[in-house]
Ligand binder design. Structure first.
Ligand code: ACO
Length: 322
């Protein structure tokens, strides 16, 4: 049986840090409120002119270096992003050119905060089908560009960053299973109302930025992530105790804690970066993975459960024997 295995991870965060106290100078909020309700202490923000592809390139080079593969081994590039540099070419094509790779398939996937999980599932399917041997999968966002910096309900939550993995065809597992879902009926709870085809409202200019009914999104996220954990374990005939590490989407520490409780997992087995990075959307899961691989927490042979929930709504999981 053919599997894909994660052979390298990488990440990158922009230099500029925005603290909760900085935000309290911009909107009516406080460090205490943000910490208590979200767990976030700070987030990184891309510099002017620094694009999603800039962040993606740095994360990708880190992941390729860690994998021991050479750039010429890469035969598929999938980038998950909600904030592409341009309408087209895709950020994946821009990244391909930066890396001096030519000819292989390269495309973007858009599933907002579930983007990396979607992208990894797509690349895994390419590899298992024999259509690729070595894929670069990136989650990268400059989410700060689509935030309304006058809306305290959203601007405190998000940050910029990128994470990447290199996955390779292998006879040993590997990615054990992937689970993707969506329900477009919930679009209005979390969305950017305007867009290229629909047009941009000249009167209500904020329609080009993220709008969210935070409370409703919170409840949906907790319920949905609980269900996807059960679905993933059932599919693999595993018990909750078989999972060594939970690598959740980093939206809010309270959502992460609720999912860990559902898994009866100690928070010591949960990778948490939300305090340092905020919600980096599609970059969140690969960033957290890379942090825990590089600090030595995650070891070869361990079982990892990655899960995410985002606009759409979209949600999904990936179970990995690392
Ligand atoms: N500072 C101070 N007060 C605030 C702030 C703030 N930044 N934001 C809201 N408040 C106020 C509200 O106005 C409200 O005041 P009121 O009672 O006078 O009306 C009060 O705090 C409580 O507001 P709630 O929205 O009920 O607060 P809640 O505890 O739900 O926390 C939060 C809000 C943090 C947004 C939470 O609902 C949440 O995390 N939701 C999930 C969001 C999420 O995960 N989104 C990303 C999904 S992933 C993706 O695809 C992008």
């Amino acid at each position: 049986m053919t599997y894909s295995r994660i052979v390298g991870t990488g990440s990158y965060l922009p230099e500029k840090v925005l603290s909760n106290d900085d935000l309290a100078q911009m909107v009516d909020t406080s460090d205490q409120w943000i910490r208590e309700r979200t767990g976030i202490h700070k987030r990184h923000i891309a510099a002017e002119g620094e694009t999603t592809c800039d962040l993606a390139e740095k994360a990708a080079r880190n992941a390729i270096e860690a994998s021991g593969k050479s750039i010429s081994d890469i035969d598929l590039i999938v980038v998950a992003t909600t904030t592409p540099d341009q309408v087209f070419p895709s950020t994946a094509c821009l990244l391909q050119s930066r890396l001096d790779i030519h000819g292989c398939a390269a495309f973007d996937v858009q599933a907002v905060c579930t983007g990396f999980v979607y992208a990894l599932a797509v690349a895994d399917n390419f590899i298992r089908a024999g259509s690729a041997r070595c894929a670069l999968v990136v989650g990268a966002e400059t989410f700060s560009r689509i935030l309304n910096w006058e809306d305290r309900g959203t601007c405190i939550l998000f940050g910029d960053g990128a994470g990447a993995v290199v996955i390779e065809q292998s006879e040993t597992p590997g990615i054990l299973s992937t689970h993707l879902h969506a329900d477009g009926d919930y679009a209005n709870l979390l969305h950017v109302p305007d867009g290229v085809s629909k047009g941009y409202d000249k009167v209500r200019q904020n329609a080009a930025f993220v709008e969210m009914k935070g409370n409703e999104v919170f409840k949906m996220a907790v319920n949905t992530l609980g269900r996807i954990v059960d679905e993933t374990l059932d599919k693999n005939g595993m018990q909750k105790s078989d999972v060594d590490w939970l690598i959740p989407h980093q939206a809010n520490i309270r959502i992460i804690q609720a999912t860990a409780r559902k898994l009866r997992m100690s928070m010591d087995q949960v990778v948490v970066t939300v305090h340092d990075h905020g919600n980096t959307s599609a970059a969140s899961v690969p960033l957290a993975l890379d942090v825990a691989v590089r600090d030595g927490r995650i070891k070869r042979g361990e079982t990892l459960l990655m899960e995410a929930f985002g606009g759409g709504f979209t949600w999904g999981s990936v179970l990995v024997r690392y």
